[in-house]
Design a protein around this ligand. Sequence first.
Ligand code: UD1
Length: 313
Amino acid sequence: MKKIISVVGARPNFMKVAPIHKAFQKFNSEVRHLICHTGQHYDKKMSKVFFEDLEMPYPDFYLGVGSGSHAEQTANVMIEFEKVLLSEKPDLIIVVGDVNSTVACSLVASKLNIKVAHVEAGLRSFDRAMPEEINRLLTDSISDYLFVSEKSGLVNLKNEGISQNKVHFVGNVMIDSLIYYLPKAERSSILRTYGLTSFKYLLVTLHRPSNVDSKDFLKDLMKLFENLSVERQILFPVHPRTKKNLIEAGYGNNHNRNVILTEPIGYIDFLSLTKNAELIITDSGGIQEESTYLGVQCLTVRNITERPVTVEV
Ligand code: UD1
């Protein structure tokens, strides 16, 4: 019996591990699949609701590391995850995406000679000012199995000299989740909750430090949304990082009834909002991919993307 531990840490990880966990259930006489949640994201609306929506079991390990500087957060995940690996001795760990938990756990496992599989390998923005780019480069360079979601990833890994026999072009597990949960999303009442009409509203999400950590830029974006809202209602579920900065920029009490600011929204309801939007304005890599798959127009608020397929399509 093989033992495999999959790592989740931040919101975009949950919908990637859910279909992997489901797939392993078919092999439960050969593989014991465990889930470790680092606690990088911990608010109910950033974490627990996703476990519920995605029908995932309670994590087998919860490291409770919380927020901090990059070094603090990464180091705390490493210290706690090493204890799990030393006591569990898995045959393989699976990390997904590009968050601090991804790089922290792969580093710990590789130093203990435990094999590492990276799901969503090879994506590159070529912008090393993005913390995620550093996480991607480091994780890929120490992983034993690299599972690639789009063709640009194959080219990037080849250019970096990564042995081709480690690389597997497998498609996108986040889209597997989307397909699986779409029927449930069709039954969501979230549009009614906010008084929205299908294909007549814009959906906005912003959380990248490059967009939301500058008060002036954030104010410019809010002015843009206010101008757009003369024509269309705008729903803007606000990430905790963005919330802090919006309050500092004087948008704590937004009274423009056409720009609706909300708390973060769960997976199923957000899928319904994505599918029915006329246009999405986002800096989230995951939402770029989901809107591309659904054929919904998406404006990506970034100078560059590690997911070029979302622009080409
Ligand atoms: C992280 C990932 C980013 C991913 C994003 C998705 C890294 C480097 N960044 O960014 O790649 O796109 O998640 O959401 O791993 N906070 C809360 N509650 C929470 C979590 C965070 O209030 O449950 C607040 C804290 O003030 C924290 C801040 O949000 O300091 C930022 O959280 P953090 O996990 O450091 O980075 P994200 O911006 O969420």
